[in-house]
Design a protein around this ligand. Structure first.
Ligand SMILES: [Zn+2]
Ligand SMILES: [Zn+2]
Length: 145
């Protein structure tokens, strides 16, 4: 997703674009690694010394309400967020390094199961977990979690 003017975009979505909100949204767009509140706070605190974790948390809730971001339906200790992606994609969580990867879904929902025939599907959620390629091949030194 490319947003040229964050100010205008936030207004269009009904969010008053304060400096901190703009910086947090900009961070979300530039970091598609599904950050947590903590990740965002750690990344921005040097540049925005007045930032608090509560502000990041409240901002994420506001963004969620206005459908600017999504919270991942994936089992982690803390909520992880994605910039709202109109194209359905799945997520793979690595149990070794804790990274969450985007997964392109190549099939149509009608092809998945005949049991969905005649149903109107509003949301498709694909979660996978296991060991990512780098961890599986023993190449990952970043085994933080
Ligand atoms: Zn991994
Ligand atoms: Zn994602």
């Amino acid at each position: 997703m490319v947003v040229n003017n964050i100010d205008v975009y936030l207004r269009e979505k009904g969010v008053k674009p304060s400096y901190q909100r703009k910086r947090i949204f900009e961070y979300m767009m530039n970091n598609l690694n599904h950050p947590s509140v903590n990740d965002i706070y750690e990344a921005l605190i040097n540049e925005i010394p007045t930032l608090s974790k509560a502000t990041v948390y409240n901002t994420m809730n506001l963004f969620l309400e206005h459908k600017l971001i999504e919270v991942l339906p994936i089992d982690t200790n803390e909520a992880r967020y994605d910039v709202f992606n109109p194209k359905e994609h799945g997520h793979f969580k690595c149990d070794v390094c804790g990274n969450i990867f985007d997964v392109n879904i190549k099939i149509n929902v009608e092809d998945i199961s005949d049991d969905l025939a005649g149903f109107k599907v509003d949301s498709e959620i694909y979660n996978f977990r296991g060991t990512c390629k780098a961890c599986h091949e023993g190449r990952n030194t970043d085994q933080a979690i």
